[in-house]
Design a protein around this ligand. Sequence first.
Ligand SMILES: NCc1[nH]cc(CCC(=O)O)c1CC(=O)O
Length: 284
Amino acid sequence: MDPIILATRGSPLALKQAELTRAHLAKVMPGRPVEILKIKTTGDKRTQWSLEKQGGKGLFTKELEEALLNGQAHIAVHSAKDLPTEMPAGLELAAFLPRENPHDVLVVQEGVAKPKFIATSSPRRRAQLKRCFPCTVWSEIRGNVDTRLKKVANGHEAQATILAAAGLKRLGIDNWPGLVFKPLDFRQMVPAVGQGAVALQTTTELVSEFAIADDKDTSRSVRLERRFLAAMGGGCHVATAGFVCGSKMLTFHEDHGFNEITLPKGEEEKTVDDFAASLIKTSD
Ligand SMILES: NCc1[nH]cc(CCC(=O)O)c1CC(=O)O
């Protein structure tokens, strides 16, 4: 039987996500061999680029999408968080793996109660944590999860950073010499849209074939979160956050602060659209 080819970035976290996908497909489509194709994205090549200033959309996804469109791969495995809301024609999200812990974690040098210097390249994280640490000086940080942990532990760049619990968990990291991990609750830090979820993207022709791999609960939440982000006109360079849990959606936006809304059954999409429209209207 022809193998299913998974396109993935080569970072340690991306490779873990590809392995998870392989294991998940082995369960839902037993007997189908799965191969992993590593692809370097612009974001992997341009390690010195500021994600805020030169970031642009799709820095970690574009080359994976190209592999789908030119037939090199059947599925592109993405961190849902890194995936722009606009998708090239002919591509769709076929499935989401069950979501990992969606929380963010403040990683601080041991013995530092209030970090004066925090490094993060995420405007979402900075805008939210500024409320807890108004006097902190903020800088950007790049690199894989372990690179960032090393940078903070050796103290050259900052005294603290913020990481996704999901990434740490998937890499099997639950402590680091010289650092303390402090999980942030949702009121301090609304997660990024899609955080903790792995999205399986395919061509339109293959969507139905891989729909069997979809975790319905994750899919519903992340699709609603992405709908909110799209309505707010955001990518990862805007401080917009959204997280759906059961019948609630938590949001944060730099101009509108924190909000919690209820999503009535059967009217979830309309409620998200109306809420986004009401926020946009108040900023006119
Ligand atoms: N932007 C990089 C990125 N993309 C996804 C994750 C973590 C895993 C996830 O959220 O699913 C990370 C690292 C981080 O934010 O700490």
